[in-house]
Structure formats: structure tokens, C-alpha cells
Design a protein around this ligand. Structure first.
Ligand code: ADP
Ligand code: MG
Length: 361
């Protein structure tokens, strides 16, 4: 294994990319890395891990198994994580051993909703009105400041709409707090929005940076169901949010791919929701709809290869296959549905089993 700080890192048997997390994102990162000629080494706990099928090597270990993490890091020239909630202590340990892209600082920010909101505000974005909630007294006093309904979200470990509930002045605060596990939360104003939009920024270790075309997202029960892309904003607004996104990336000294979820309000203004410092479900359409996908771009950014122009080819729709959707015969019958089935063994309600992309130009 080579420990190099000189970029670009070119593909060969020595240059192994470490991937933390064995889910579908890990699988699609590994497929891109492999196509580009890099070897891959996966770190994840034993389980139903779709990425296992396509990597060169696997270390099984818990997220806080420091011995295993060190073993893994000694074999790779860099590590990237598909899994947002890897404990920050584990990421710091990895950072002492190898290059972690994006950095542990970035993950710490993305893991804690209050921190990411503070960072967004510092970078010039607006956020929904929000309050840090440490106990039910905080909740009772903060809810008075909301004119409408609110959403109470656990400050960390939430995903796919999990760890959040709607709440208003008439709710049973004690029950709400307990239902979320009596942990630190944020209370947010529930916004009425026109559209949900996501932006993806990238920066390579060679310094090149840019954006993918924008995505428009449709959620059902807090889970992404459909994305259409590219979507457009008023050009001045688009320039403004890209400037803020670059500022946010600069504040985090960001390298890799960074998704930013946004709300477009009824008056056209844009409000920040959250970031994800990794490939994002709302950019899975780029696998077929762009000259280069978000996974290919991630691989290039961590190897320090330039990423100059990212362009889409027509208009695309991405549909997530959630739970039993994957057993619906009709999706297999039309060859224009470009299927990406993750190969998870257990079908569960709410579980992302695959997606398909469809050109709708
Ligand atoms: P997750 O980490 O689960 O993706 P999000 O904060 O993105 O959590 O919430 C999931 C979805 O819930 C969002 O995509 C959006 O549809 C809805 N949502 C979240 N926060 C708000 C809000 N403040 N106002 C209105 N809808 C919201
Ligand atoms: Mg989200």
C-alpha cells in the first residue's frame, strides 16, 4: 500500500480505495472505482451488505472496533464513507492513519442537525426557524415561538424521515419527547414549500470544483420516492445559492461530493434543510443522465483527478423501489426503465431496494 500525498493517484493494484459502509451507495462507489481501475476495500459490520458483491476485499468490524479500523486503514491510500453516522472518534482514528475524504470535521457537522444549521447560517443560507431542545422544558418554551406546526427531529442519527415527528401547541410534549427516545433534538418550523430541490457540489483534491445540474425531489412519508432532473431556478437565485454552497464547502475545507437539500418556498426564496457529504439518492439519475455520475465524480475527487464539466443528456426521472416495489413485475417489462437493483437479501417496508432511471425528454 502506498501512502502518498501527491495527486493524482493513478489506478493500479497498490492503490486501494477504502469504502466505509456496505449499503447501496458503497456498492455504487465500488463499481465506479473498479471501472476506473482502482481496487476497493470495504469496511462494514457483517449483515445484508449489497456492496460485498463488488469489492476486492472486505474487513468486517463494528463502527467502533478500533483494531479492525486500523487494520483496514493500513491497506488503503484513502477512505471515503457512504455511511453518515460513523462515530466521529472512529473517523478521527482513521484520519490519523490514512486520508479520509471528506474529512472527519465534515462528517461531524453533517451528523448533528444543530451544527449543520449553524454552518448553513454562517455561509449565508436561511434555515427554518429552529431551536435546540435538551429537555421538555425547552420544548414547551420554544414551541410558543412557532406560529404554525413544527417538526421535532433528533439532533443526530435521523435518516429517511426516521427520528422526527410533527408537533404543535396542542401536542403531548412528554409523549413526543419520549417517542424520540428522550434525546437532544431540534424543533423546526414546518414550512409550506413549493418544491424540494437538491444541489450537488464537488471538489477534487486537485482543486477543480463544480456542480451537478439541480434535482427536484418528491418524498412520501419522509422517504424520497421520485427525483426529476435537471430542474431550474431563477438564474439569479441559482447563482446566489451556488455562491453560498461554495462558501459552506470552503468553511468545511470540503473535498468529495456534497449534497445540499433545499426547500423552495411559495415566494421563490430558498431555505436550507440539510447536507449529506456523500453521494445522494437524489443524484442517482446521474448514473444514466450525465456525462459522468456522482459516483464517478467522487472517485475522481478522492484520487485528485480533474473534474471539468458535468452535463446532463436530456431530462430524467429516478424512481426509488421501496420495499415490495422491487417485486412489481411491471418495472422489469419496460427496457426503458434502466434498473439498478441493489441486491439486498431482505425486503422490508421502507427499505430502499433499488431504483430505476428513465429518460423523459
Ligand atoms: P432526513 O435526514 O430523514 O432526510 P430531513 O430533515 O431531510 O431528514 O426530513 C425528511 C423530509 O421531511 C424532508 O425531505 C421534507 O420532505 C420533510 N421536512 C423536513 N423538515 C421540514 C420542515 N422544516 N418543513 C417542512 N417539511 C420538512
Ligand atoms: Mg433529508
Amino acid at each position: 500500500m502506498t501512502k502518498v500525498n501527491n495527486f493524482p493517484i493513478l489506478p493500479n493494484d497498490e492503490n486501494v480505495i477504502g469504502i466505509i459502509g456496505g449499503g447501496q451507495l458503497g456498492k455504487m462507489i465500488a463499481l465506479s472505482a473498479s471501472r476506473a481501475g482502482y481496487k476497493t476495500h470495504l469496511y462494514c459490520p457483517k449483515g445484508d451488505n449489497p456492496a460485498e458483491a463488488v469489492v476486492d476485499k472486505i474487513t468486517y468490524g463494528q463502527w467502533d472496533d478500533y483494531t479492525k479500523l486500523v487494520e483496514f486503514s493500513n491497506d488503503v491510500f484513502c477512505a471515503t464513507s457512504e455511511f453518515e453516522n460513523i462515530p466521529s472518534k472512529s473517523l478521527e482514528l482513521l484520519s490519523n492513519q490514512t486520508k479520509v475524504v471528506p474529512s472527519s470535521l465534515v462528517f461531524r457537522c453533517a451528523q448533528i442537525r444543530s451544527k449543520e444549521k449553524e454552518m448553513a447560517l454562517k455561509s449565508g443560507f436561511n434555515t427554518p426557524k429552529w431551536f435546540l431542545i435538551k429537555n421538555t422544558d425547552d420544548l414547551i418554551s420554544s414551541i410558543k415561538n412557532l406560529s404554525k406546526e413544527g417538526i421535532l427531529k433528533t439532533n443526530s442519527l435521523g435518516y429517511d424521515g426516521k427520528g422526527q415527528i410533527k408537533i404543535d401547541k396542542n401536542s403531548n410534549f412528554f409523549e413526543a419527547w419520549e417517542n424520540l427516545g428522550s434525546v437532544e433534538c431540534v424543533l423546526e418550523e414546518k414550512l409550506e414549500f413549493k418544491r424540494e430541490i437538491s444541489l450537488m457540489y464537488f471538489k477534487s483534491l486537485d482543486g477543480s470544483e463544480g456542480f451537478f445540474p439541480l434535482s427536484e425531489n418528491f418524498h412520501e412519508n419522509g422517504i424520497l420516492k421520485k427525483t426529476t432532473a435537471p430542474t431550474y431556478l431563477d438564474s439569479n437565485i441559482e447563482i446566489e445559492i451556488k455562491t453560498k454552497a461554495k462558501k459552506l464547502a470552503q468553511n468545511l475545507n470540503f473535498y468529495g461530493v456534497l449534497a445540499i437539500e433545499l426547500f423552495e418556498l411559495l415566494d421563490g426564496s430558498i431555505v436550507f434543510n440539510e447536507i449529506a457529504p456523500r453521494p445522494h439518492n437524489s443524484f442517482h439519475w446521474t448514473l444514466n443522465g450525465c456525462n459522468i455520475s456522482q459516483f464517478d465524480v467522487l472517485v475522481r475527487t478522492i484520487c485528485g483527478l480533474p473534474v471539468k464539466n458535468v452535463e446532463c443528456n436530456g431530462k430524467w426521472e429516478m424512481i426509488n423501489l421501496i420495499g415490495q416495489d422491487v417485486n412489481d413485475m411491471s418495472i422489469y417489462e419496460d427496457q426503458n426503465y434502466i434498473l439498478h437493483i441493489y441486491g439486498k437479501k431482505n425486503v422490508k417496508p421502507g427499505r430502499k431496494m433499488g431504483h430505476f432511471n428513465k429518460n423523459i425528454s
